[in-house]
Design a protein around this ligand. Structure first.
Ligand code: ADP
Ligand code: ZN
Ligand code: ZN
Length: 756
C-alpha cells in the first residue's frame, strides 16, 4: 500500500476507534477503553478480535467489543499495537457476556472469558527485552474413541472389574478413552487388553469417522403417551419462536428419551442443541447414550478432559462439525451454530451456579440465551426447583409430566422411623430397631444395602432427643446454630443470639443435645451389630486419595452381599441393581442447615437417595430415620406426593419474601482481622440502607454460618428485592460508597444457591 493512498484514506474516512476490554484481572476494569486503529490494521480488526494494546507502562491483551468513529475521551488516543487473531466471539456472545457482567456484578473481561475457547486466548508474558505475546498454545488434539467390536462374545474374568465396567459403559455406545479414564483410572490398560482380545476397537477421533455399528446398540422406543405429549409441548414452543418447558419426571420415567427425540428433531431442521448435565453425572454411560443415538454429531465438554481435548471439542462446535454439545455448566458458552434447543437436566442442582466470579446461574443464563436466539429451553427434573415450579404455575413456562417409570421397576416402599420414639423406648443406637431388622434380613438374603449419613450441614444445632425440637430464629425461620465458644445460639441471617435453654422449651426434657454423628462412629456401631458383614465406608476421608472413590465402589461391587456406608457423595450417580435397602440414618441434618432452601434440599436429597433402591428386578425398601417425621420433606417422600413439600414451602417463602417470591443477593465480607471485617460489614450495610429502594429489604449483617474459613473471618448480609428487580445497581453504588478496610474483601452473590 502506498503512502499516498494511506493518507487519502485517512482524510476521507473518519478515523476508526476500537473499544477494548482489557484483560487485567487484578484491576477488575469493567469499562472498555478507546484505542485508535492504525489504518494498516483497519482491515483485520473486528468485534471479538484479541488485540495487543499499551496500558500505562505495560502491554496487555484486550478484546474488541465495538468499532466506532467517535470517542468520549478528550485526549489523544493511543493506537492498537497488533491484532492478535480472528474474532473469538460474536455479537450474540458479547450481548450475553454484557448481561452476565451486569446481572452478577462481574467485570466484563471475566464474563467474556466464559466464551473464549479453553486455553485458546493469547497472553502477555514478560521476556528479556520487555513484553511478548504468546499466541494460542493449544493445537487441536486428537482423542481415541472406543467402541464394542461386533459379535466378539468375549467375557472378562470375574476379577477384571475395570474391563467389565468398560464393556458395560460401551454397551450404551462409543465413549472416548479420556471419558472412560474419568471413571476408571486404569481404563487405558483395560482397553488395551480388551482390544487385544478382540472385544473392542478404537479409532482416532480426528478422522471424524462415523463409528461403525453404533446405532445398533441404541434402543429407540415407541414413545409413551406422556412422552408424546411432552414432545408436543416442545414442538409448540419451537413453533412459537422459543420458550421454556418444565419437564417433571422421576428417574427412569423417560426424560432422556424426550431430550434425545427433541434434539433429533432440531438436527433434522438443520439446527443445534446444547445439553447441560451436572458434572457428576457426566459418566461414560450418559455420554455413550448420546453418542449412540446422535453419532458423530456430539461434542462433549467437561472439566476433567485435558485442555487439548476441550479445545478440540470447542473447535468441532465452532466449525459446525457437531450439532450437539453435551457438558457441564460451561458448555452453555460453546459456539454452536443455529441454536434451537438447550436442555438442562436435573435443573434443580446447585452445581449450575458458578462458585467464583462471574457467579452466574446457568439456568438464568440459558433463559436469557434462548430468549435472544428464539430457542427452546427444556428444564428437566424429578424434583424441580421452587423457582421453575413458580414460573410453570404462573404460565410463563410450559409444563409436561412423566408420572411413572417406563423402564419397569416399581418405586421403593418408604418407611419413616421416629427417632424420638426410639429414644423414649430407651433405644439409643444410631440404628433404629426397624433398620437393624431390615439390615439383618438383607444380609441374610445375600443382598446389598446402602446407608446414607447426612452430613450436609456442618453447623451444629441443638435437638431435643425426646420430642425432636430444634430452636429456630423467630424472624428468619432458620435453625439457630450452636456455638461451642460462647455457648450461645445464633441466627446466621439476622445476627440475633440467645442463651441455650436449660431444658427443651417444648416438652421440658433435659435431653437437649448437640446433634451429629460421624461416619467412623456409624461404622464402628454397625460392625458391632453385624460383626461378620462386609462394610465399605465412603466419605471425604476414605476417598481423598486419588482413585479412592473408585476403589470403594469396586470393593462394594465385588462383594455378593455388603453394606455401603457413606456421606452424601453416595447419593448421586450410584446405580447398583442389586441394592434392595437404602437407609437414611439422620434426615435431620439437612433440615436444619441455616438456609431458607433447607427443606427443599432435604426433599431433593431424600428423593434421590430413595431412587437408589430397587433399580433391578427385586423390589426395594427405603428407611428414613428422623426426629421430625412430620417434616414436609419426609412426608412428601413417604407419600410420593411432592405437593406436600411445595405447599408448605410456598407459605413460608411468601411470608419472608424468599425466592421464588423475591430475589436475593448475599454479600459476604471476609478478611484476616475480625474487627475490620465486622466494621466493613457494618459500613457496607449502612451504605446500602442509605440508598435502599422502598421495596427492598436488608437482613443483617451477621456472622456467616461458616464464621471462619481458611484463616478469614466472615460476615454476611442478605438483600431482598422484588422478584423482577435488578439488584446490581444498588449494590454497586453501595460498594463504591463504603470502602472496605485494608485486607478485607467483599463478594456479591446474586441469586445464591447456598448461604454458608
Ligand atoms: P430418565 O432420563 O427420566 O431417567 P430414561 O430416558 O433414561 O429416563 O429412561 C429410562 C429407561 O427406560 C431407559 O432404559 C430407556 O431406554 C427406557 N425407555 C425410555 N422411554 C421408553 C419407552 N417409551 N418405552 C420403553 N422404554 C423406554
Ligand atoms: Zn423436647
Ligand atoms: Zn434471624
Amino acid at each position: 500500500m502506498s503512502v499516498a493512498f494511506g493518507m487519502l484514506w485517512d482524510m476521507e474516512s473518519p478515523a476508526l476507534i476500537a473499544r477494548v476490554v482489557l484483560d487485567v484481572p487484578a484491576r477488575a476494569l469493567t469499562d472498555p477503553f478507546d484505542y485508535a486503529v492504525p489504518s494498516a490494521l483497519a482491515a483485520s480488526v473486528a468485534v471479538g478480535c484479541p488485540v495487543a494494546v499499551p496500558f500505562g507502562p505495560r502491554r496487555c491483551v484486550g478484546y474488541v467489543v465495538a468499532l466506532v468513529t467517535e470517542s468520549d475521551y478528550a485526549g489523544a488516543l493511543k493506537p492498537i499495537d497488533a491484532v492478535l487473531g480472528t474474532p473469538l466471539f460474536d455479537e450474540h456472545a458479547l450481548a450475553l457476556a454484557e448481561w452476565v457482567a451486569e446481572e452478577y456484578i462481574a467485570p466484563l473481561s471475566e464474563s467474556l472469558k466464559l466464551f473464549l475457547p479453553p486455553g485458546g486466548a493469547p497472553r502477555v508474558v514478560r521476556s528479556e527485552g520487555g513484553w511478548r505475546f504468546e499466541g494460542r498454545q493449544m493445537a487441536p488434539a486428537s482423542e481415541k474413541l472406543v467402541m464394542l467390536a461386533e459379535g466378539s462374545g468375549f467375557t472378562p474374568s470375574a476379577r477384571a472389574s475395570v474391563q467389565r465396567g468398560v464393556l458395560e459403559a460401551l454397551s450404551a455406545g462409543p465413549v472416548s478413552l479420556a471419558e472412560l479414564t474419568v471413571e476408571y483410572s486404569s481404563a487405558g490398560t483395560a482397553v488395551k487388553a480388551l482390544e487385544a482380545a478382540g472385544a473392542v476397537t478404537t479409532i482416532e477421533r480426528r478422522r471424524y469417522r462415523r463409528p461403525a455399528g453404533a446405532s445398533a446398540s441404541a434402543p429407540r422406543h415407541a414413545h409413551s403417551a406422556e412422552q408424546a405429549s411432552a414432545l408436543r409441548e416442545i414442538e409448540a414452543s419451537a413453533a412459537a419462536g422459543g420458550g421454556i418447558v418444565l419437564l417433571e419426571g422421576v428417574t427412569g420415567s423417560g426424560k432422556t428419551e424426550v431430550y434425545l427425540a427433541a434434539i433429533e428433531a432440531a438436527i433434522a431442521h438443520g439446527k443445534s442443541a446444547i445439553v447441560l448435565v451436572p458434572e457428576i453425572s457426566l459418566t461414560p454411560q450418559t455420554v455413550g447414550r448420546f453418542r449412540s443415538r446422535l453419532g458423530d454429531d456430539v461434542a462433549v465438554i467437561h472439566s476433567r478432559l485435558s485442555a487439548g481435548e476441550r479445545f478440540d471439542q470447542w473447535q468441532l462446535a465452532l466449525q459446525g462439525r457437531v450439532r450437539v454439545v453435551v457438558g457441564a455448566r460451561s458448555a452453555l458458552y460453546a459456539p454452536v451454530k443455529d441454536l434451537a434447543l438447550v436442555v438442562i437436566d436435573e435443573e434443580h442442582e446447585p452445581s449450575y451456579k458458578q462458585g467464583q466470579s462471574p457467579r452466574y446461574h446457568a439456568r438464568e443464563v440459558a433463559r436469557r440465551l434462548c430468549k435472544a436466539r428464539g430457542a427452546t429451553l427444556i428444564l428437566g427434573s424429578a424434583t424441580p426447583s421452587m423457582e421453575s415450579l413458580h414460573h410453570a404455575e404462573t404460565g410463563a413456562y410450559r409444563r409436561a409430566r412423566l408420572t411413572h417409570r417406563v423402564g419397569g421397576g416399581t418405586p421403593a416402599a418408604v418407611t419413616v422411623v421416629d427417632m424420638s420414639a426410639e429414644f423414649g423406648d430407651g433405644h439409643r443406637s444410631i440404628y433404629s430397631r426397624t433398620l437393624q431388622d431390615a439390615l439383618g434380613d438383607v444380609l441374610q438374603r445375600g443382598e446389598k444395602a446402602v446407608l446414607f449419613l447426612n452430613r450436609r450441614g456442618f453447623a451444629s444445632f441443638l435437638l431435643c432427643r425426646e420430642c425432636g425440637y430444634v430452636p429456630e430464629c423467630e424472624s428468619c425461620s432458620v435453625s439457630l446454630t450452636y456455638h461451642e465458644g460462647t455457648g450461645r445460639l445464633e441466627c446466621h441471617h439476622c445476627g440475633a443470639t440467645h442463651p441455650v435453654p436449660p431444658t427443651c422449651p417444648r416438652c421440658g426434657s433435659a435431653y437437649l443435645r448437640k446433634f451429629g454423628a460421624g461416619t467412623e462412629r456409624a461404622e464402628s456401631e454397625l460392625s458391632a451389630i453385624f460383626p461378620t458383614a462386609p462394610i465399605v465406608r465412603m466419605d471425604a476421608d476414605t476417598t481423598s486419595r486419588k482413585g479412592g472413590h473408585e476403589a470403594a465402589l469396586t470393593t462394594f461391587e465385588n462383594h455378593a452381599s455388603a453394606v455401603l456406608l457413606g456421606t452424601q457423595m453416595i447419593a448421586k450417580g450410584l446405580d447398583y441393581p442389586d441394592v434392595t435397602l437404602v437407609g437414611v440414618l439422620n434426615a435431620d441434618t439437612s433440615m436444619h442447615v441455616p438456609d431458607f432452601r433447607a427443606a427443599e434440599r432435604t426433599f431433593q436429597l431424600l428423593e434421590q437417595v430413595a431412587g437408589r433402591a430397587g433399580r433391578g428386578t427385586q423390589p426395594g425398601r427405603v428407611i428414613i430415620q428422623t426426629y421430625w417425621p412430620d417434616h414436609p420433606a419426609v412426608r412428601a417422600v413417604a407419600s410420593g406426593d411432592s405437593a406436600v413439600l411445595y405447599a408448605a414451602e410456598r407459605a413460608d417463602r411468601l411470608a419472608l419474601r424468599f425466592p421464588p417470591y423475591g430475589r436475593i443477593a448475599n454479600i459476604v465480607v471476609s478478611g484476616p482481622s475480625a474487627p475490620d471485617v465486622r466494621q466493613t460489614a457494618l459500613d457496607t450495610a449502612d451504605a446500602l440502607r442509605a440508598i435502599l429502594p422502598e421495596e427492598f429489604e436488608l437482613v443483617g449483617p451477621a456472622a456467616a454460618p461458616i464464621t471462619r474459613l481458611k484463616g478469614n473471618w466472615r460476615w454476611h448480609m442478605l438483600l431482598k428485592a422484588p422478584e423482577d428487580a435488578t439488584l446490581s445497581g444498588v449494590i454497586s453504588a453501595a460498594l463504591g460508597a463504603a470502602r472496605p478496610s485494608e485486607g478485607v474483601t467483599r463478594i456479591v452473590d446474586v441469586d445464591p444457591v447456598g448461604m454458608l
